[in-house]
Ligand binder design. Structure first.
Ligand code: ZN
Length: 217
């Protein structure tokens, strides 16, 4: 269900994930929840995504599409670290000329480099220019700093990461609560979520609704 206008998609990219260049699986809403619209530094949009990019990041409350893209790339890097390490441990030539024998290694030689190149391509992929309704979408990457507790974080997302680690918050719960009550009540969102450090996907939704109720929303 598209809540927002879909970005323009050049013909050559009509079946492509904007984040990583893999085949598109569906069109996603950004932001994920409409409550997050007020955290965004640009208009809300819909854009094509592969299944992995659409699901790999569990938290929300990103301040811009670029921040979300960064989180996707970071998560892909962590998940596929083994494949990516092939490029750090070998060069293509070394791999071809390697004299290591054995059928397991032959299989590795044949498949390893293409796997590495594909993953490297996905991580480095830059998408295409964002145009919505004939207007180029400009996303500020700087001037996005966020102050909390006397510390200036590079971005709201950095502050979120810090808070989640420091206060042992459930990341998905915290980011949803934050998007509803607003970044000006960052500390309040922390206090509300500290009470629920370990949630399952089953009870997270119920806790989220409890919290909304407790603050009269
Ligand atoms: Zn993708």
């Amino acid at each position: 269900m598209n809540r927002y206008p879909v970005i323009e998609i050049p013909f050559n990219y009509r079946a492509t994930c904007w984040f990583c260049g893999e085949p598109k699986y569906k069109t996603i809403n950004f932001p994920k929840y409409s409550s997050e619209e007020n955290l965004l530094t640009h208009r809300s949009i819909c854009l094509p995504s592969c299944n992995e990019c659409a699901t790999i990041v569990k938290r929300s409350a990103f301040s811009s599409l670029y921040a979300y893209r960064d989180a996707i790339k970071k998560a892909l890097t962590v998940k596929h670290q083994k494949i990516l390490s092939i490029g750090s441990n070998w060069t293509k030539q070394e791999l071809e000329e390697s004299e290591l024998e054995g059928s397991a290694f032959e299989g590795f030689k044949r498949s390893a480099w293409p796997m590495f190149e594909m993953m490297q391509g996905r991580i480095n992929y830059q998408g295409w220019q964002l145009v919505v309704a004939n207007e180029t979408l400009t996303i500020e990457q700087e001037h996005d700093s966020f102050d909390f507790d006397g510390v200036t974080y590079v971005s709201l997302d950095d502050a979120v990461t810090h808070a989640v680690q420091t206060f042992h918050l459930d990341e998905q719960l915290f980011t949803r609560v934050l998007s509803v009550i607003g970044k000006n009540k960052f500390g309040h969102a922390i206090r509300l979520c500290r009470l629920y450090p370990a949630l399952t996907s089953k009870n997270r939704e119920a806790v989220f609704l409890d919290i909304l109720q407790s603050i009269g929303l």
